[in-house]
Structures are given as C-alpha cells and as structure tokens.
Write a protein that binds this ligand. Sequence first.
Ligand SMILES: *Cc1c(COP(=O)(O)O)cnc(C)c1O
Length: 427
Amino acid sequence: MSSRNDQLFERAQKRIPGGVNSPVRAFRAVGGSPRFFVRGAGPRVWDADEKEYVDYVCSWGPLLHGHAHPDVIAAVKAAADRGLSFGAPTELETELAELICQLVPSIEQVRLTSSGTEATMSAIRLARGFTGRTAIVKFEGCYHGHGDALLVKAGSGALTFGQPDSGGVPAELAAQTLVLEYNNIAQLDALFAQQGDTIAAVIVEPVAGNMNMVLPRPAFLSHLRQLTQAHGALLIFDEVMTGFRVALGGAQSLYGIRPDLTTLGKVIGGGMPLAAFGGRRDVMQHLAPVGPVYQAGTLSGNPVAVTAGLSTLRLAMASGLYERLGDMTRAVTEGIAEAGRQRGFALSTCALGGMFGLYFRETLPSNLSEVMTADKERFKRFFHGMLEAGIYLAPSAFEAGFVSSVHGPAELDRTLSAAETVFSQIS
Ligand SMILES: *Cc1c(COP(=O)(O)O)cnc(C)c1O
C-alpha cells in the first residue's frame, strides 16, 4: 500500500511542476518522494503518515528557534487580528529597521522586501545605479536567489564572461556577470588588475551555504574588501543565510569586515516571507523615492511578517544564545562524523552558530570543485537511512544543515544513535 506522502506527491505533480514550489524540495538529488509535512513543534516535524523527525533543515534556515515557537506564534496571531496588510507605513517596520541597524552596524539604512531573491536583485541594481558601472562579480557555488544577473556560471577558463545557468536567461545579460572561484585570491587580483574600474559590485556569501558549507579563508574576505575599496566597486555581503544564523551580527561580525551593502532574509522573517537589503547611507539614498534607482513591493514590510521577524530577533538577543547554539551544532556534526569514522567512512564537518557542513570527504573543501568531489552515493544511502530512522537532513549532498536554539540533548542522543545504526547498515 502506498503511503499518504506518496499519494500526495502524485497528486501534486498533476498541477504543480515537479510537485513542488521550489526545486530542491523534490528529492531529485537523493531519489524517492519528498515528505509532506503537516505540523512542527520545536526541533521536530511530523509528516503526512504521522512519522516524527528531528529536523535539521529548519525550513532551509529561517527557523532559528524551531517550529511554532510560542512567543513568535502569539505575536503573529495578535498582528493578524489587527489586519494583514495596509500598503502604508507601520511603526513595526521602523522598529525592525532600527533593530537591524543596531545588530549589524555596517547597515545604516535598510529596505525590506519579501524574499532574498528580491533583496539581492535590488542590491545589484542599486550598486549599478550608484557606481554608474555594469559588471558584477560573483563566485562559483554561491547562490544569490534566482534573479537573471545572478543565475550565471563560469565560462570556459578563468576571467571569461559568465554564461546562463538556467534556461531563459539571455546570454547578453549573463555576460555582464563575471564568475570567479571562491577563496581564490590570485583570480581576484588578476581580474581587478585587468578591469577593476569597470566593476559595479562584488557579491559574495561571506560563509558559503549553498554548496554545502564552505568557510572563507580569512585573507579572502579582507582582500576582497581592500580591492573593491581601491577600485570604487561596492562589496555586497549576501547574508540571506548567514545573517542572525552564524552570529547575531552575521558573518561580517565574525570576520571583522564592513561591507558596503548587506542582504538579509531567512532568519529575519522567522518563517514568514521577509528579507532586506541595506548598508551605507550614501548608497541607500540612491533608492526611490529619494533617489533614481527604482525598487518597490506591494507586500514589502508586511506587518505580520515583520512581527514574526521582530519576535525572532528579540529571542535571538538572549544572552549566550549563539554560544549554546554553536555548542549544540558542533556536538551534532562532530558526533555524526565520529560515528562514521568508526565505521571507516571519510568524513569532514564544519559548523558556525546554527549552521553546519557535512562531507563524505577526508578534508573540508574550499571551493565548488572540491565540494563536487564528495561521495554523493554514500551521502544518498546515509540520507535515506537517517530519514527512515526519523532524522530529517537536507535532501542533497550540496546543502548546508541547520540546528535551532531549541534542539536539545534528547535530539542529540536520538541523532547520534540513529547515525551509529545507519553507518553500520551502509558500511
Ligand atoms: C536563500 C538564499 C537566497 C534567496 O532567498 P529566497 O528568499 O529563497 O529568494 C539568496 N542568497 C542566499 C545566500 C540564500 O541562502
């Protein structure tokens, strides 16, 4: 008899392309059918067959305090009672803007959007409008949402023009985006020496979280800061994933870098559609209605979403929260890796705050081509074993994992004993 999950997936595929509203949910990288979730509480979720899981996806990052945190839900319900949207300013938006500027000091002014994609697209347009230049630089393996200018992959050979990384992206547009290797300082130097004065902006995930998780070499980020400054290009930190996730001040606070612009998303909405971009006041003053760069949104700064974000961030300000979160995340990832090594698997891990990387590979990778050498077949077997055992990991070897502030010793125990069993089964 087929499960209710399978039945729901079959039905969804008739009316929704691939049965999902965002591709990675479809389990294509690991095979099988995705789990349809019906509810979540704290660190756990339940699927349509009533099976319970410890959740290490956390909605791909937003749920810093787990599912349905009582404070967040109460605030959201009260906000909904007062009205879902006004299309006019509310005091809540200013409160959130003030809080973001307080927590991330490089942000002097901020504009709210509804998705990370909108935030990065708008930051790119703003950088072009501010500098009067066109070229954009990004790094292989970094994801900045699905805007045309950023769905671009490297051409053949370093320092060539980018090529579309999706159907429907015009080659002429992709050619305006240059794609370099993450952590490669020599390539950066060569590009800036050749055409640094034509570059509007460099956009980077200061800790890469969309090719599994890749840490920056500290010199990479500081070099990037120096080069962009020297050439009048803007440095955009895409902290949609890392903001309020790796630290209260984002990755920029951990590495001591002050970018010109920052994009935020995921955690700032606490599970509701909310994102933001902000930074230097003189740059932000180029945005409409005060400046010539147009950007807008009917539901931008939606009061219910802003309320979810405000209560999520206020909870994140509890003293010692990120230290405890970091300890738990390291205990989970190092515990899994240790269980694997005892069964002879080559594994490497990294963790910062509530974000982790886990590789079926001896050493941590520092760029996309190294990430790609991780053993995908082993990951698949591990993933399905863990899923069966009630541990929900991201359904791809190329995604980061997430731990919430309410994952505790019970979840850790359950995860590590599942890992021991699964490694013994697949070894
Ligand atoms: C998720 C993500 C985005 C896109 O955000 P959406 O809300 O999915 O549009 C952009 N940049 C980074 C670094 C992300 O992790």
